[in-house]
Design a protein around this ligand. Sequence first.
Ligand code: NAP
Length: 315
Amino acid sequence: MKAVVYNREAKPYRLVLREVEKPFPKDDEVLVSIRAASVNAADYRSMKMGMIPARKIFGADISGVVESAGKNVKLFRPGDEVVGDLSGCGFGGFADFALATEKALVHKPAGLSFEMAAALPMASMTALQALRNKGQIQKGQEVCILGSSGGVGTIAIQLARHFGAVITAVCSTQNVEQSQLLGADRVIDYSKEDFAVGNRKYDLIIAVNGNYSLLKCRKALKADGRYVLVGGALSQIFKAIVIGKPLSLGRKKMLFLAAKTDTNDLRYLLGLASDGIIKPVIEKYFSPETTAEAMKYAAGGHARGKVVIKWNPEA
Ligand SMILES: NC(=O)c1ccc[n+]([C@@H]2O[C@H](COP(=O)([O-])OP(=O)(O)OC[C@H]3O[C@@H](n4cnc5c(N)ncnc54)[C@H](OP(=O)(O)O)[C@@H]3O)[C@@H](O)[C@H]2O)c1
């Protein structure tokens, strides 16, 4: 089968498309014929940090068709259309076929394309878990999304709107209109204005991208507000882990999200997408031949929504 394989010497971006052995599912594994995959920070950040999957194939978010299943697999049969997040079972999505456990997969709603479905898993589960689990979002709350224009941010706006929040989105000039169209009530262009200046206070700040001072964010919270750090600069993530606890000693909470693959969440999100309540924003499509460029582009940190690789589209 074809796969995009990590190779230190390969250019561009240490990835090369080549023939590899087709994997065979163990008793508790499902073999998925891939139709689409999307790129996540989990792919390019793992690569940058030298955390290479055992089979040297990246790709966590996938959609496809079940090719075969091990004898202990109960939920999936050959021919089922599925969506999944393979980050908990060895990655491997940038290939003709990938192995998954049942815990990584759900059935794809019929009305959702393979590309739309593959754009959802990690970004949407992260946005949901940030807003609902850590953020405890409530109807009518003032919510600020720092970094509203990437994969997680674009879904976070739509979910916050679905939960009935009043949304302030923070992004660069080129993405102001996109954030407005997705449902933000107010958009701040970070190149022109500091979101923390002024009297507006937030019930919830979701820090998806950028590098905003934790103290500034804390100051912008209401008395019992919550700040949830999702991502952004690595230095900011380390700071939040180290000083988040002491900064949370009062009523304000400064929290860090470590999103988890949760098939109930994924099913719920696919349902929202199927009903048109959320819609993944796909900025660019790539092919197996240009997957290295897709990774390089996403790693640049300025993707406007998701980057999707159409894999085997006519199969
Ligand atoms: N905690 C977790 O469990 C978890 C799970 C998934 C992802 N993450 C993290 O979440 C972050 C976002 O992931 P993603 O997939 O959404 O990334 P992404 O799609 O690559 O984000 C790109 C977007 O970030 C925006 N951005 C860049 N610098 C910014 C700044 N200074 N202020 C505001 N926006 C800025 C860019 O907009 P402009 O071009 O307009 O600046 C671009 O639209 C990453 O750091 C990732 O590692 C964490």
